[in-house]
Design a protein around this ligand. Structure first.
Ligand code: NAD
Ligand code: UD1
Length: 349
C-alpha cells in the first residue's frame, strides 16, 4: 500500500483529496496546523471513507516546525508528498506580505529539505492560475507567460521556480505543479465542504453565505467587461474533479520519464459571474440579491484553462457541470450554514 504525506490536508482542497486518496487505496498522513481548518473535517473524511478510514492519521503540526516534521519522516517512509499547506487570501497577502512569505516559502523550503534528507523526492504542489496574471490570450496553456500581481501570487511563482531549480540540480526529483482554476462545490454527501473564516473573498463562497442569510447581497465587481454580459469570466471546476486530478498526478509520478512538470486543472470553459449566480439560483431556489459595483483592482477580464496537457498526460478530465457544482455547494451550505461550526449539521445525503 502506498503512503502519502498530505500537508494542509484538513483544508478545503486537502480534505476532499484525502478522501479520494483513501477511497483509491492510499494510506494518508496529514500534517496541518489547523490555522484555517477544523479537525471536524478530518473526522468526517474518516467516516466518509468507511472501511478505508483507518488508513488516515492526522498530525497537528506547523510545517515550519522542522523537528516535528523530521520525526514524522523518521517514523514513516513516504512514497510521495502532496503539498497544499499555505495561506491563500490575496487581499491579506497585500496587507501582511511577511506573513505570506514566511508561511508559504519557509514552510515549503523546510518541507523540501526534510523530504530530501529522508530520500522522498516525489512532490505534487498546489499552484494556481494566479501565476498567469492578466492573461493576454485565453485559454491559458502551461506555456503562457507568467506574472504575479500580489504577494500571494509571488509565493506561488517563487515555489514553482524553486521546484524547477531543484530538479535542474538533482534529476532524482519528480515534481508535478498543478495550476488550479476556480474551485467550487463540495462532496456530494454535503458532509465536507469549504468553510472560509471571515468574509469570503471568492465568488461562490460569498453567494453561498447570501443564500443562507448570513450576508444581504452579492456585490458584482464590474459589469463593463468585454464579455457575454459584462461580468468577469472564469473557469470553475468541481472540487471532486480537482481532487481526482491529484490522484491522477500521484500516479503520474511513477512514470520514469517525469521530471518537473506543470499541469492546468480546469474545465476549459469560461462562465460569467451572472451565469454562475443564475445557475445557483436555479438549483437552490434562492434569490441572490445583487449590487452592481466597480471592478475589483487586480481582476482579469477572462481567465480559462487549456486542459489538453492534463487530459493527454494525466489521463484525467473534469466531468462535473456548473449545475453539479452549484447543487453540491447548496447541499453542503444548507446542511452546514455555519460550516463546521454548525450546531445542526448531520450526515444526510
Ligand atoms: P485552505 O486554507 O482550506 O487549506 C490550507 C490548509 O493548510 C489549512 O488547513 C491550513 O490550516 C493549512 N496550513 C497553512 N499553513 C500551514 C503551515 N505553515 N503548516 C501546516 N499547515 C498549514 O485552502 P485550500 O483552498 O484548500 O487551498 C490549498 C492550497 O491550494 C493552497 O496552497 C492554496 O494556495 C492553493 N490554491 C487554492 C485555490 C482555491 O481556490 N481554493 C486556488 C489555487 C490554489
Ligand atoms: C481569486 C484570486 C486568485 C486565486 C483565485 C482562486 C483575487 C484578486 N484573485 O481569483 O489569486 O488564484 O481566486 O482562489 O482575489 N466576484 C464578484 N463578487 C465577489 C467575488 C468575486 O463579482 O464578491 C467576481 C470577480 O470579480 C471575478 C469572479 O467573481 O470576476 C471570480 O472571483 P473570485 O472567486 O474571487 O476568483 P478570481 O478572481 O478568479
Amino acid at each position: 500500500m502506498k503512503v502519502v504525506l498530505v500537508t494542509g490536508g484538513a483544508g478545503y482542497i486537502g480534505s476532499h483529496t484525502v478522501l479520494q486518496l483513501l477511497l483509491a487505496g492510499f494510506k494518508v498522513v496529514v500534517v496541518d496546523n489547523l490555522n484555517n481548518s477544523s479537525e471536524v473535517a478530518m473526522h468526517r473524511v474518516r467516516e466518509l471513507a468507511g472501511e478505508f478510514g483507518s488508513n488516515l492519521s492526522v498530525n497537528m503540526v506547523d510545517l515550519r516546525d522542522r523537528a516535528a516534521l523530521e520525526e514524522i519522516f523518521a517514523s514513516t517512509q513516504f512514497d510521495a508528498v502532496i503539498h497544499f499547506a499555505g495561506l491563500k487570501a490575496v487581499g491579506e497577502s497585500v496587507q501582511k506580505p511577511l506573513l505570506y512569505y514566511n508561511n508559504n516559502l519557509i514552510g515549503t523550503i523546510t518541507l523540501l529539505e526534510v523530504m530530501a534528507a529522508h530520500g522522498c523526492k516525489k512532490l505534487v504542489f498546489s499552484s494556481s492560475a494566479t501565476v498567469y496574471g492578466w492573461p493576454k490570450q485565453v485559454p491559458c496553456t502551461e506555456e503562457s507567460p507568467l506574472s504575479a500581481l500580489n504577494p500571494y501570487g509571488r509565493t506561488k511563482l517563487s515555489i514553482e521556480e524553486m521546484c524547477r531549480d531543484i530538479y535542474q540540480a538533482d534529476s532524482e526529483w519528480k515534481m508535478i505543479l498543478l495550476r488550479y482554476f476556480n474551485l467550487v462545490g463540495a462532496h456530494p454527501s454535503g458532509y465536507i465542504g469549504e468553510d472560509p473564516h471571515g468574509i469570503p473573498n471568492n465568488l461562490m463562497p460569498y453567494v453561498q453565505q447570501v443564500a443562507v442569510g448570513r450576508r444581504a447581497a452579492l456585490t458584482v465587481f464590474g459589469n463593463d467587461y468585454n464579455t457575454v454580459d459584462g461580468t468577469g469570466v472564469r473557469d470553475y471546476i468541481h472540487i471532486i474533479d480537482l481532487a481526482d486530478g491529484h490522484v491522477a498526478a500521484l500516479r503520474k509520478l511513477d512514470d520514469p520519464n517525469i521530471g518537473c512538470e506543470v499541469y492546468n486543472l480546469g474545465t476549459g470553459k469560461g462562465t460569467s459571474v451572472l451565469e454562475m449566480v443564475k445557475a445557483f439560483e436555479k438549483v437552490s431556489g434562492k434569490k441572490i440579491p445583487l449590487v452592481m459595483a466597480g471592478r475589483r483592482p487586480g481582476d482579469a477580464e477572462i481567465v480559462y484553462a487549456s486542459t489538453e496537457k492534463a487530459e493527454r498526460e494525466l489521463n484525467w478530465k473534469a466531468k462535473y457541470s456548473i449545475e453539479d457544482m452549484c447543487r453540491d455547494l447548496w447541499n453542503w451550505a444548507s446542511k452546514n450554514p455555519y460550516g463546521y461550526q454548525s450546531q445542526d449539521s448531520t450526515k444526510q445525503s
